[in-house]
Design a protein around this ligand. Structure first.
Ligand SMILES: [Zn+2]
Length: 81
């Protein structure tokens, strides 16, 4: 990939890791198989509503305004019964 010369000659260095690790970064949402994988909201962890968006099955949480496409609509863990 070719970057503009203004970027490559600016002397800015890319830091891959944070230099200050005294405050750990913690994810607010939980995308684990135990939460989202079972149809629960990654924010509030309550059961999400099954919706169809553009012919694709998705989970939705109105309270948190989150919509997540189902990994596999035929997966028993991802569909409500
Ligand atoms: Zn929620």
């Amino acid at each position: 990939m070719k970057f503009p010369s203004a970027w490559t000659k600016s002397g800015t260095k890319v830091i891959a890791k944070p230099t200050d690790t005294s405050t750990p970064v913690v994810a607010r949402i939980d995308m684990s198989a135990d939460v989202v994988g079972k149809g629960n909201c990654p924010e509030c962890r309550r059961p999400m509503q099954e919706v169809i968006v553009n012919n694709t099955k998705m989970w939705a949480c109105d309270a948190d305004r989150i919509t997540i496409p189902m990994a596999n609509a035929n997966d028993k863990n991802e569909t409500s019964t």
